[in-house]
Structures are given as C-alpha cells and as structure tokens.
Write a new protein. Sequence first.
Length: 311
Amino acid sequence: MTHVTRALTAAVLTDLDLASKIAKKGTETDLTIYDHKKNEFVLSVVVPHRFPEKFPPLALALGMADAVVVSARELTRALAEAVVATDLFAPPSGILFAPGPVTIEQLAPLLKGTALERYKVATSHFEVADFLMDPDRRPRKVEGALVLVDQAFDVKGVGAVVLGKVHGGPVKVHQKLRVLPGGGEAQVRSIQIHDDDHTEGPAGVRVGLALRGIDVKDLPRGTVLAESPTIAAQDAVEGEFTPNKFFKPAAAAGQIVHAICGLDDVPAKIEALDAGKARVTFDRPVVRLKGLPVLIAAFDAPGSKIVGAFR
C-alpha cells in the first residue's frame, strides 16, 4: 500500500463525460464522485450532476473544490450560473474546458469581470488531466485538521462512519475532533482512502472515517469535524456582501433564502441589505469556514438562483 502524501478535490461543472475520462466513477448521490490514484497522489473529481435541475449540488461541489473545471460545450443559462458561482467561491485554481463548438471569443462576454477571464483554456481531456495532476495544484490553506462531512452511516461492528473531504489536514487515527454545529466530540478510529487503511489523510483527500463517541444521527451532511478550538457555529452572518448583478428582481430585506457554506445548506432570512452590506439570519446554527463564502441563494427565483455571497 502506497502512503498518500498529496491529494486534490476538483469540481467539474458539469460534465460527466469529461470526468469519466479523467477518473473512475465512485459514489453517486446528488453529486457524482470520480477517483484517480497515482503513486502517492489521489485526485477526487466531484460533478454536481443534478444541477441545473437542482441548485444546491453546484454550491456543494464548489464548497469542496480545491480546483475547478468549467466545461463550456454550449452557451446556456446553467453555464452562466456556474461562472457566477465559481467566481464567488474563488477556488485556488481553475481551468476552462472548451472542446467546441463554443469558442473562447463567444465565451468572453460571459467571463468578463470574473476570475475566469484568467483561466487557461483546454480543448482536450488530456490537458485537463495534466492540469489537475500538476504538483502545483494545492488544497485551500486551512489551519488544523478539518473534515467536511458529506455522508454518514452505521456499519455493523464498526459504528458511525462518515464520508467526506479533508478540508484541512492531516487528519490522524486516534485524533479527537469537535463535532459542529451539533456539539460533542468524536475520535477517529480508522481512516480509509480508496478502500485502503491509512494512519492519516492529507488535506484535499476524500476519506472514510470510522468514529468513536458519536451517533450517526448527530452527523448530518454539512457537519464539520474540527481540531481548532476557535471554529464556532453562529446564528447569523453580517458585513460586506457581494451581490449577483444577474439576480432579478433585486433581493430585499424580509426575503426567505438559503445559506450554503461548505456542505451545509440551511434556510435563512435576509434581515437587512443595503449599500454593499447585509445581515442574514439562519434557521439553525451554521459553521462559517474561513476562506469559503457563505452563499445566499433563492431556489425559487425565476432566473439566477444566486443572490450573492459573504466572502
């Protein structure tokens, strides 16, 4: 068994065919996960295949992403939404996949004013694979061990097991982690990467963790397992707010929305919105993660679902 020393989680928006040429298909929920392992490096590719039918998978994939691939096979409203979301999430690196017939000249108006203007353009899956596997691709910088929980279930004879992304690492066997926002503490009994047991998992890797001291019912998607004592859940977020200029009609105080941070999605309410600042309250506490936006979305909006974001 090779010791995994480097890993990366990439969002591919939203191209199952491209992902299947880069990695091997694994689990499927509202997100489809593809995996590729080469020597000491593990790549996890997340495709929000239920988008644009449903909005949350797009934000959840970007919440996990250390890198993003925006596939532009045709000019659609979904592509425009993916561009806006990617710009707000600001992953450490990204690339455009434009194999045709859409040209970069046709894409230019859609990308204008966003970080995607500076993305390299690939026309083959080989170029995309080379980009994602380049040693220069690195996970987001996070202090201390931190895991974003995607799924949790009971395994007979083992107990609570979670699947998720190591957002900050490494995570180690026997390590004790705080369970947020629910409260309590869990100890890591074992770590699996690609169905192999490991003593630790580096930042950027998708893992299966067997946990001691916590029940599955206390580990819903969006749970954060954190080493740092300073990470806390909060009932509201306020301050500088970046609005989405394509959201129509304009959002206003009193509007019921959703707040998405990491893998957590919670109903929320806009309490105040004016002059580039806003206050949004949550139906239940949410863990705000440094370096990730709190995305505000209105799922029932007729056009773009993205209201904007606290960065």
